[in-house]
Design a protein around this ligand. Structure first.
Ligand code: LHQ
Length: 254
């Protein structure tokens, strides 16, 4: 298995497990990741955490695999696109821990997640332009929305290596943790999130997704619809009770 899975309470950790190849992405890896994400729809799972084994998160497409072309890139990309859509459609938060390099489609994969937690040693590079390719796996969608059109164009054109700190300044990285305690810090963060109002967080994710291509009027209607759903949840009831009783909430994600 090149994707290993570990479930602890409501937290599902999916590990890209090709450390000897810096988690370079193969078709096998994408197919296994898609299956794991489909199974992650299980309501018992409240947060998904994506991590890379070894010293990198992922260096993108395994360039050895595509050296001998058995299909067009367009056909090959359907495996990537399936994963990107699943990450976005999952109605629960998906966190990604970036311990080292995130390059090419490895970088794109991190952008399709909801929060990027980086080690201070992490670095990012679009990489595509260096091998005469265009961004794929959603990079041209997510990056301009996160950092603005011109910065996205600059990064995707010149493919510099940007540090975790630079990525944080740009608004790509959401949290930076020290390298020594990275794994533990990420686990604590993810476990805390898995105890949170994950149903409302999942609906918030859908709101943001819709807002990428909607008018204000459409969003006001969609917010009202989602608020109706959140307002009927046990978590909302619990949140109100806890507030009135001046105690911490015990959310269940229901
Ligand atoms: C690798 C790779 C790699 C194989 C490092 N593959 N071996 C989708 C579908 C269709 C078509 C194509 O594209 C896509 C999506 C994509 O992702 S395209 C972009 C693919 N990725 C890249 O072009 C990144 C290439 N790698 C690099 O630029 C560097 O390795 C980075 C900046 C990621 C890391 O640099 P370092 O930490 O200095 O490591 P390194 O360069 O020394 O690499 C270590 C080894 O890993 C080395 O092998 P070796 O046998 O010499 O130790 C590399 O050849 C190998 N490696 N990336 N993607």
């Amino acid at each position: 298995m090149v994707i290993t899975q570990h479930q602890e309470a409501g937290l599902l950790t999916l590990t890209l497990n090709r450390p000897e190849a810096l988690n370079a992405i193969t078709t096998e890896l994408l197919v296994e990741l898609a299956h794991a994400l489909e199974k992650a729809q299980d309501p018992a799972i409240r947060v998904v955490l994506l991590v890379g084994a070894g010293r990198a998160f992922s260096v993108g497409q395994d360039l050895k695999e595509v050296q001998v072309r058995t299909e067009s890139f367009k056909d090959h990309l359907r495996h990537y696109n399936r994963v990107i859509k699943l990450l976005q459609q999952l109605e629960k938060p998906v966190l990604v821990a970036i311990n080292g390099a995130a390059a090419g489609a490895g970088f794109s994969l991190t952008l399709a997640c909801d929060l990027r937690l980086a080690s201070e040693n992490a670095f990012f590079t679009p990489a595509f332009s260096r091998i005469g390719l265009v961004p794929d796996s959603g990079m041209s969608y997510f990056l301009p929305r996160m950092i603005g059109w011109n910065k996205a164009f600059d990064l995707m054109t010149f493919s510099p290596r940007i540090t975790a700190e630079e990525a944080f300044e740009l608004g790509i990285v959401d949290r930076i943790f020290p390298a020594e305690s990275f794994q533990n810090d990420v686990r604590v963060f993810a476990q805390q999130m898995a105890q949170g109002p994950t149903l409302a967080i999942g609906l918030t994710k859908q709101l943001l997704r819709r807002s990428a291509s909607a008018t204000l009027e459409e969003m006001l209607d969609y917010e009202a619809e989602m608020q109706d759903r959140a307002g009927q949840s046990q978590d909302h009831h619990e949140g109100i009770q806890a507030f009135l009783e001046k105690r911490p909430s015990r959310f269940t994600g229901n």
